[in-house]
Design a protein around this ligand. Sequence first.
Ligand code: ACO
Length: 177
Amino acid sequence: MPFTPDSALTLLFDAALLPPSLNEKLAQHSLHMRPLASSDYARGHIAVLASLTSVADPGEAKWRERFAALAAARGGASPYFVVVIVSKDTDELVATGTVFLEPKFLRNLATAAHIEDIAVDTRMQGKGLGKVLIEGLTALGEQCGAYKTLLDCSEENVLFYNKCGYETKGVYMAKYK
Ligand code: ACO
């Protein structure tokens, strides 16, 4: 499929929030970082997420409903930013990740950012895409005013996040229903 430029897509948020320097780096490898687009179901968004965990495919109609809900959250000023890296050769997604903002009462009404759902296509891992993605998501959160960015991960990914400038703080806990 020919590459679709940002101008021909309905994007989840303003692409100007992503640092342009990262796309200069990615362009050398025929890759492009941008916000999730309303048509990215067809570019393999769910398939890329499958490299992270077991993903039940909701189907395109439900996927589009979720996209619309995220885009409309907080009256169009959504605090949810899903970012993708797309191959310019195939127009398919090769990586995705999310950062969302948490408005706080403490620290004089500060904002924290949380990174979630980082996934690089298994065929594209180990080429530096994960690091560029984390750099983009962190910069995006900070651009939106976050004073810190938090994430949790498995033991095996600690070194990866260390290489992205993150350090271990506290203990990660979860309760699944
Ligand atoms: N252990 C140790 N070092 C690692 C690991 C690892 N598991 N993964 C990457 N690195 C190192 C690389 O060697 C590289 O080092 P260098 O800069 O010295 O050359 C550096 O980290 C950057 O590596 P990338 O090539 O950018 O990593 P990649 O593109 O493969 O992305 C990721 C890493 C996101 C973990 C990817 O392998 C992946 O999608 N894995 C499956 C899904 C997953 O585990 N996602 C993270 C869940 S946690 C969350 O969502 C908050």
